[in-house]
Design a protein around this ligand. Structure first.
Ligand SMILES: [Zn+2]
Length: 250
């Protein structure tokens, strides 16, 4: 962690009046929670719809991960982001995570850009189920969960699988909000691919400062005014404790 850059980012966080934070799956990966929106994790949508074996493999994988997910607690990075919302002028927390851990840490203004793994929808009748209800079906021996209303077995979480467009409405909302921010703070998220890569472009166009905390380099670094390389759990906790010290001293 380069202390000069850290200090600059701390000052921006204290001075900015419309901050938007973007968190990514890297925060949860540090707690052993996989990236459920990763195209490598999910099957192609056409294969999922047409091939029962593909659906069965997907749901068996989710069933195995469910205990880890349901017992997961926010780590120090999630908690530090929640604290930033209280001590700085944070308007929104966008997240590319789908596991709900940022909300569980107490954050209130979370916008899930890529959907959520915690609920599942029937494409036929529109009935929603919690992942817990679906897991009960799996634990009862059902290989592919089915809708209790219409018996359709193409249920899936509202996450884009390969071959599906990303949630359009959420992204549009994000673009609108970015035009009004003066600091876009990206933590543990990699915006290398379209359409998420559009976020840093819009922030840059709107004249907002861009600060990044990531373990490794990414395309977005080219747009950033400051980049801190390090684990989000370490860097954000350090930044928050420093801001709190500054507030106490002033
Ligand atoms: Zn149904």
């Amino acid at each position: 962690m380069e202390q000069d850059v850290v200090r600059v980012v701390i000052d921006w966080l204290k001075e900015s009046s419309n901050i938007i934070i973007l968190t990514g799956p890297e925060l949860s990966l540090e707690s052993g929670i996989p990236d459920f929106a990763d195209s490598k994790f999910n099957p192609n949508i056409r294969e999922f719809r047409e091939n029962p074996a593909v659906r069965e493999a997907y749901w068996q994988k989710i069933g195995k991960l469910y205990p880890v997910l349901s017992q997961a607690e926010p780590n120090s990075a999630h908690k530090a982001v929640a604290e930033l919302e209280i001590i700085c002028n944070v308007d929104y927390i966008f997240t590319g995570s789908t596991d709900g851990l940022q909300q569980k840490s107490g954050s209130s203004s979370v916008v899930e850009l890529l959907g959520s793994i915690l609920w599942v929808t029937c494409p036929n009748c529109g009935k929603d189920y919690s992942l817990e209800q679906i897991n009960t079906q799996l634990q009862d021996g059902k290989k592919i969960p089915a809708c209790e209303e219409c018996n359709n077995d193409l249920l899936k979480p509202p996450i884009s699988f390969p071959g599906q467009p990303l949630p359009h409405w959420e992204l549009r909302e994000a673009w609108m909000k970015l035009y009004n921010c003066d600091l876009f703070f990206i933590i543990g998220a990699y915006l290398d691919d379209s359409p998420l890569s559009s976020l840093q472009t819009i922030a840059a166009e709107s004249g907002s400062k861009i600060a990044i905390v990531n373990e490794r380099q990414s395309e977005a670094d080219n747009y950033a005014d400051a980049v801190i390389y390090g684990k989000p759990t370490m860097v954000i906790s350090h930044i928050v404790s420093q801001i709190k010290k500054d507030i106490k001293a002033s």
